[in-house]
Design a protein around this ligand. Structure first.
Ligand SMILES: [Zn+2]
Ligand SMILES: [Zn+2]
Length: 336
């Protein structure tokens, strides 16, 4: 399958959590957690359309100011999703600056917090000095926080000590593959029209919809959508990327993670300690590398990427990844 999500751990396996996912052919990105963002260029930051925060520990949110600074001067909307309390926390953060010169600015930040049953919403506009404007909110028992025709994000709440940490699954509803040889046979020229074609299919547009298709000889041809679907495309299950971090190693969490990550193409999951240090992992409410690997295997994930390593293993940088991949690829051990 040709990938539509290009994930990148902004600060590698040992740095602050921040997973930047570029959406192919859309010039857009999503961000999962908002640790230090200095490794991203302003251009990359401005592609972000939605940010998903697991919880408000400082290593997961300290990059918010870099985002705000980049977006402030642009006519853009940014959506941010997080756990209960995130609206007040960001309102406090925004209120800590002076905004007397932003009346002409059009940047809008929409913050939504998921409390397990409802998704509450507050809008903050630069032109109003980021004063909180509470909105009606909506019922959200299924955890489906974000939905566009080409991707959606679902969340579950995990226990992280006495607070919740959200884990997320980013999924493409349907993957549309283009047959390059069929394009050539028809004399069609590949280009941006294929993106529009995929959008129309995902939006379930009428088969009678006419598309203007550029031809290799420089001409164009008017082709009904249904004919294109029949001739140049096929559909399959969409791509799925799962992001899991800061979860206590307890059975309720493990079950939720396995469900969320079921058959994911990629599971990006914390591996803070080696399994030998499980007592410390329990104390700090984090997963071990072996548990992370086992969860990937039990969920039937295709690939596993571990991160959020404790700096105590910096002298053995591959140790946690090796332990996680071992557990991911091997049969369960008796003592695991
Ligand atoms: Zn953390
Ligand atoms: Zn934490």
């Amino acid at each position: 399958m040709r990938s539509v999500f290009y994930p990148r751990l902004v600060n590698g396996a040992f740095g602050d959590p921040a997973l930047y996912i570029h959406l192919a052919h859309r010039g857009q990105a999503l961000l999962f957690d908002c640790g230090d963002l200095h490794a991203l260029t302003v251009r990359e930051l401005l592609k972000i359309r939605a940010v998903f925060i697991s919880h408000a520990h400082i290593d997961h949110l300290v990059g918010f100011d870099a985002l705000l600074r980049a977006f402030l001067y642009h006519d853009l909307n940014l959506q941010l999703f997080g756990p209960a309390g995130i609206i007040d926390q960001l309102a406090g953060r925004l209120a800590s600056y002076t905004w007397n010169l932003t009346a002409g600015f059009s940047f809008v930040l929409t913050v939504r917090e998921w409390r397990g049953d409802r998704l509450e919403e507050t809008v903050f506009r630069a032109q109003n000095g980021f004063a909180a404007e509470p909105q009606p909110g909506r019922d959200c028992r299924d955890g489906l926080l974000y939905e566009t025709p080409f991707c959606h994000v679902r969340a579950v709440r995990l226990e992280h000590g006495d607070i919740s940490s959200l884990a997320f699954a980013l999924e493409e509803p349907l993957h549309i593959a283009i047959h390059r040889d069929a394009l050539e046979q028809r004399g069609f020229l590949a280009g941006p029209w294929l993106g529009r074609f995929k959008d129309l299919v995902l939006q379930q547009a009428s088969g009678q919809t006419i598309m203007t298709v550029p031809l290799a000889d420089g001409d164009t041809e008017e082709v009904p959508l249904a004919e294109l679907v029949e001739n140049i495309a096929s559909t399959e299950r969409g791509m799925k990327v799962c992001y899991v971090t800061d979860a206590s190693p307890i059975s309720t969490n493990l079950r939720k993670i396995i469900d969320l990550a079921a058959a994911a193409h990629l599971l990006v999951i914390e591996a803070v300690f080696i399994h030998q240090d499980l007592p410390r992992a329990r104390l700090r409410n984090h997963l071990t590398a072996r548990i992370a690997g086992c969860l990937g295997r039990l969920a039937g994930a295709m690939r596993l990427r571990v991160f959020h390593h404790s700096p105590r293993y910096l002298d053995r940088p591959q140790l946690l990844d090796a332990e996680a991949q071992d557990a991911f690829l091997q049969k369960p051990k008796d003592d695991s």
